[in-house]
Design a protein around this ligand. Structure first.
Ligand code: PMP
Length: 305
């Protein structure tokens, strides 16, 4: 086993060595993308390691499963404890957690009633979009790939198959030398990043694309909306045309993996002054403050490991 993998993983009810958590090559999910998953982070806090919004992430996992008629054979409490346990057993504190429920071996037809297998992995992860990006920001581009239309694949489910779209967007952006790609929805209006939600700032107010713009209803997005409003910053959920990317005072992306990543240019045009602006910095401070104690967790978002 490669030394950089963690030692333990949780699969179908038990902690086991990483190398033993395998899937059959004829598992349904491998062929048809029939999995649902979450990405969750834990942070070191003054009160010890804590998982951020664990309950909300698991709730979304069950909602994604419901959309695809997948009955997860464990309660949310069991999966929450599995998340805490893999972190403890691997001796991690600041980590990324990946619960996944997938159609396993048990039928080859599209509508096959296969067993639903579940795993929870965890590993150490730094800034998702590369070292230094939280401070310096990234150069983004608008993708030539659109997000799926709302009556094709539901963007609100965090399902494995959705991430074919995300891979096309992210890989095209990297190939062209950009840090991340931003997709338009089938309406032609702005959607979101390959794996991140999008915020634009105009005149001190934040604008973010709505659930109807083929976005994943991000938990970081909700966190930032809540923190902004609690601190007197106006947030407007609205349709946004592409050209607003070139006119915004500030832009940032957010997600569990990307956290709050400033965007310093789009399609080669600088955003504002080409560095993270004051509102972006403020939101970063409020967000990361939840973990170092500078922002009071009034919402019970931190779940001790
Ligand atoms: N959009 C997409 C497509 C994503 O994959 C993610 C990451 N899960 C997000 C947005 C951000 O969601 P969250 O803040 O819940 O991680």
């Amino acid at each position: 086993m490669a030394a950089n993998y963690p030692e333990y993983i949780w699969q179908n009810g038990a902690i086991k060595p990483w190398a033993e958590a395998t899937v059959h090559v004829m598992a349904h999910a491998l062929h048809y993308g029939s999995s649902v998953f979450e990405g969750i982070r834990s942070y070191e806090t003054p009160n010890g390691p804590a998982i951020f919004r664990l309950g909300d992430h698991l709730k979304r996992l069950y909602m994604s499963a419901k959309i695809y008629d997948m009955e997860i054979p464990y309660t949310q409490d069991v999966l929450a404890e599995a998340c805490r346990e893999v972190i403890r057993r691997n001796g991690l504190t600041k980590a990324y957690l990946r619960p996944v429920a997938y159609r396993g071996l048990g039928g080859f037809g599209l509508s096959a009633e296969t067993p639903i297998d579940v795993a929870v992995a965890t590993w150490e992860m730094g800034p998702y979009l590369g070292p230094g990006v939280l401070e310096q920001g990234i150069d983004a581009c608008v993708s030539s790939w659109q997000r799926f239309a709302p009556n094709t694949i539901p963007a609100g489910a965090k399902a494995g198959g959705n991430y074919l779209s995300g891979q096309l967007i992210a890989r095209e952006a990297r190939r062209l030398g950009f840090g991340e790609g931003i997709a338009l929805a089938s309406t032609g209006l702005l959607s979101e990043g390959a794996g991140e939600n999008l915020f634009l700032a105009f005149d001190g107010a934040l604008h973010t694309t709505p659930a109807s713009a083929a976005i994943l209803n991000g938990i970081t997005r909700h966190t930032l909306i809540t923190l902004a409003r609690a601190n007197g910053i106006e947030v407007i959920e609205r349709d946004l045309p592409r050209e607003y990317l070139y006119l915004a005072d500030e832009i940032f992306m957010c997600g569990t993996a990307a956290e709050v990543t400033p965007i310093r240019s789009v399609d080669g045009k600088p955003v504002g002054g080409g560095v993270a602006g004051p509102l972006t910095r403020r939101l970063q401070g409020l967000f990361f403050g939840l973990f170092d104690g500078r922002t009071k967790d009034e919402w019970g978002w931190l779940d001790p490991v």
